[in-house]
Each structure stands twice: as C-alpha cells, then as structure tokens.
Design a protein around this ligand. Structure first.
Ligand SMILES: [Mg+2]
Length: 239
C-alpha cells in the first residue's frame, strides 16, 4: 500500500544537532541514518522555474510540512482544526480520513515568511495528501510560491532527501526548515532543524494543553537572515 504521509524509516530520540537554547529537550527527535541501505534514487533535473517577479532577489525558504507546520493523524479526534478524506489510490482500497492540527502560530508564520522570502513547501508526502493541507493553510495562494512533493525528493540511505542543488537557485540563498535532519543531509549548512510537532503524542504524554512556540522562535532567526540577507553564516551560529 502506498504511504501518503512522510514517514521516517528509522527513529530514535537522540538529537544529532539542535540548539538547546531555543527548544526544550522533550521536542528532540531525529533520524538514525542507515549505512547499510545504499539504495539511491537521485533526481537529475532542476525542479523549480525561475523566480517570479514578486520573488526576485529573495532568499528561498523551503518549509517541510508534516510535523513542521502541522500534525495529522488518521485516529478520529475532537480537537482537530480540519479534516479531509482521500479516495483510495488502489483498487479495493479504503477511503482514508485525516485529522489535522495546525502548529501554533502557523498562519502568522506563513504570512510573515511570505513577506520576507520566496516560500517553497518541500514535503516528502504525496501530492494528493499534501495539497489538501496546503489548500487549507494557504487558501488564496498568497503565501506559498511553489509546492514540491515526494517525487522531487531523492531517495538515499533510507531517507527522502531534499536536494537543494536541484532548486535552480543560488545555494547561498536557500534555507530549509525541517524536523528531520536527514531531509537536508546533502546541505546541512542550509538547514535549520525544528523540533517535531506531534500534537497527538505530546498531548497524551503531558496531559495538558500542549503549548508550542517553535514557529515563533524560529521566526526570530528567519528575521535575522532576512535583514542580513545571509543564510549560511547566520545558521552556523545555531547549528
Ligand atoms: Mg517532517
């Protein structure tokens, strides 16, 4: 069966690199790289068009979707922000319903990011799943300039990797925010790891209203990158 949602193949709770000044320990989540799986499926073409006139000269900000901007589950819940159904992709398959919780501050975050950057959603999820969510987050298409899905990822060592060298942009002007460092393992100097937003898990574990300020915290770093128009040296202070 095809998995529509981005899923890491290996999980552990060991943080590979993350700045503890900004985020509490319980958010840490990372991926253990497999060194035995050498399967590779690389993309070989440029996957973005030239920047539009309104984005010209802006730094390109790639944002992950699942566990970065939202948390989704197929388990019915009462406190979700929206839900949607997907028709089966295979003959005899069942219709699937997803319940989505938006990460706190995500609406403001996307709006502010779109004012500063060329915003690209770069997800390892499949288009039919991701578009349902992105249409809710950006209904008028004002905030997101491009959407990239799983087929734009390279498969390497058990992970879907977002190869920034294929974006048709100057690598010094690309920034990626993702909860999985494996996603940007080809360009770690361009990546900012954000703690995983798993609303369902955290709420159950903490048994309190789960307050998450990560997007607001990250925005402070993004504002600095925007003002100084510098990705690599500013990120080096946080990674
Ligand atoms: Mg993710």
């Amino acid at each position: 069966m095809t998995t529509l949602v981005e899923q890491p193949l290996h999980k552990n709770t060991t943080n590979l690199k993350f700045n503890q000044k900004f985020f509490p320990q319980e958010f840490f989540y990372s991926q253990e790289f497999s060194i035995t799986n050498t399967t590779k499926q690389f993309q070989s073409h440029q996957i973005l068009p030239e920047q539009s006139l309104s984005d010209q000269g802006k730094i390109t900000l790639c944002l992950d979707l699942d566990e970065t901007l939202i948390s989704s589950t197929m388990t019915p819940r009462c406190d979700y922000d929206f839900s949607f159904k997907l028709q089966p992709t295979e003959e005899g398959g069942k219709c699937e319903e997803y319940f989505v919780k938006k990460r706190p501050n995500v609406d403001y975050f996307l709006r502010r990011c779109s004012e500063m950057f060329e915003v690209v959603i770069f997800t390892a999820s499949l288009k039919q799943y991701a578009d349902k969510i992105l249409d809710e987050l950006d209904p008028s298409g004002d905030y997101i300039s491009h959407r990239l899905y799983r087929e734009s990822c390279s498969y390497f060592c058990g992970s879907f990797v977002k190869d920034l060298s294929l974006l048709n942009r100057d690598l010094n002007s690309i920034l990626i925010v993702d909860d999985l460092p494996a996603s940007f393992q080809f360009h770690p100097e361009n990546g900012l790891q954000i703690p995983r937003f798993d609303y369902h898990l955290k709420k159950k574990k903490l048994n309190v209203n789960f307050l998450d300020s990560c997007l607001a915290d990250i925005l402070q770093i993004l504002e600095k990158i925007f003002i100084q128009h510098d990705v690599i040296s500013i990120l080096s202070q946080y990674n």
